[in-house]
Write a protein that binds this ligand. Structure first.
Ligand SMILES: Nc1ncnc2c1ncn2[C@@H]1O[C@H](COP(=O)(O)OP(=O)(O)OP(=O)(O)O)[C@@H](O)[C@H]1O
Length: 358
């Protein structure tokens, strides 16, 4: 049933649900919009409401073709309803796109990453850190000749996380994309977004994230102690960039604008390259990675990739749960030095045919 959000907007139907609330297709004075109505328990948190009002100007000021614009932040009535009114994006999200294609050709993966890096450059310049860059938060506008990536959900992770920051042993984010400094309890600054974006790029190319798989503690530990396995067949320049942005030390990562420009320089050389042809243990036995070595003895059931509840007990759609508040592994768990993650192999027995003469 249609319902009013503030004085100008009405909701029409549910577009989807996430851990922070429900996204509705809505209507406003300038036409259709997407409206994210935050969960009731979040709206009932006075600190969050205050921050919501405080962040208003920054979030409304973030404008770029690759950012899902926030048009209004609505605090309704006595503050029992909080909603973000956003531009409506026509296509699916990058997670759905990746599930359909499994791996993207390097040129396509890089083009989408450049869009997100451009969005981050604008946000970082405005002092906004996204803190939850992942394929679910990248929407694809498919109305033009080539899909354009738009980064959504700016400010949401910060709004929701802040009151609970006092709990030093908890972190908020999505395990596969979380930067090592967050795992170590350091503040989330702009380089966490670069690390997450590099993880997304790796995933678009490889079909899996560099440190994902298995239970949350194992994933967090890998971010701190392992280095990403090289991807066979990936042009060396692109691999170098990826490694630089996945550096453990935040200061060693590129800034967003620099990442965008370096990726743009590589684009001409990537044109026409097919998606990587690699074999991983997970393809034959999904979830195997989580059972490697020490993890074998852990009884905890494997979480779906990148997925546990932001605030426990708030799962709205079990297939699409994407946040977590996690326990930070203790020093002993994190010990063990940096070692390379298990390397993917080129697919055996499937040589690509040499190019045929015209
Ligand atoms: N501006 C928008 N235009 C169109 N669809 C949107 C928009 N924002 C979100 N959606 C859709 O609404 C759904 C829920 O989005 P939401 O941001 O709440 O969840 P999520 O990002 O998938 O998960 P989480 O919030 O837990 O990280 C998604 O399927 C997304 O594609």
């Amino acid at each position: 049933m249609a319902r009013n959000i503030g004085s100008q907007y009405t909701t029409e139907r549910v577009l989807g649900r996430g851990s922070a609330g429900t996204v509705w297709l809505g209507r406003g004075p300038d036409g259709p919009v997407a409206i994210k109505v935050l969960r009731e328990d979040l709206a009932a948190d006075p600190e969050l409401v205050e921050r919501f009002a405080h962040e208003r100007r920054t979030l409304l000021g973030l404008e770029h073709p690759c950012i899902v614009g926030v048009r209004e932040l609505v605090i309704d009535g006595d503050g029992t309803e909080l909603a973000l009114v956003m531009d409506l994006v026509s296509g699916a999200d990058l997670r759905a796109h990746l599930e359909r294609h499994r791996r993207l050709a390097p040129a396509d993966a890089v083009a989408l990453t450049v869009d997100v890096a451009d969005a981050l450059a604008v946000a970082h310049r405005a002092g906004v850190v996204h803190r939850d860059v992942k394929p679910e938060n990248v929407l694809l506008d498919t109305s033009g000749p080539a899909p354009r990536a738009l980064l959504a959900d700016f400010g949401v992770a910060t709004l929701i996380d802040e009151p609970r920051r006092g709990t030093a042993s908890r972190v908020v984010g999505t395990p596969d994309y979380i930067a090592p400094e967050i795992v170590e309890g350091l503040p989330s600054r702009a380089p966490v977004d670069i690390y997450a974006l590099a993880t997304v790029l790796y995933e678009l190319l490889a079909g899996f994230t560099p440190f994902g798989g298995g239970h949350t503690g194992a994933v967090l530990r890998r971010h701190v102690t392992e280095t990403a396995a090289p991807l066979p067949g990936l042009p060396a320049d692109l691999w170098e960039l990826l490694q630089q942005c996945l550096a453990k030390a935040p200061a060693s990562r590129l800034r967003a604008a620099e990442l965008a420009s370096r990726l743009r320089e590589l684009q001409p050389a990537l044109r026409g390259l097919p998606a990587l042809d690699i074999e991983t243990g997970e393809e034959a036995d999904p979830g195997r990675r989580g059972r490697d070595t020490a993890e074998e003895s852990v009884e905890e059931p494997a979480a779906p990739r990148g997925a546990v509840a932001l605030v426990q007990g708030t799962v709205t759609d079990p297939d699409r749960v994407t946040h977590t508040r996690m326990r930070v592994p203790d020093a002993e768990e994190l010990a063990g030095g940096v070692r390379p993650a298990r390397a993917p192999r080129p697919r055996a027995g499937r040589r690509r045919a040499p190019p045929r003469p015209a």
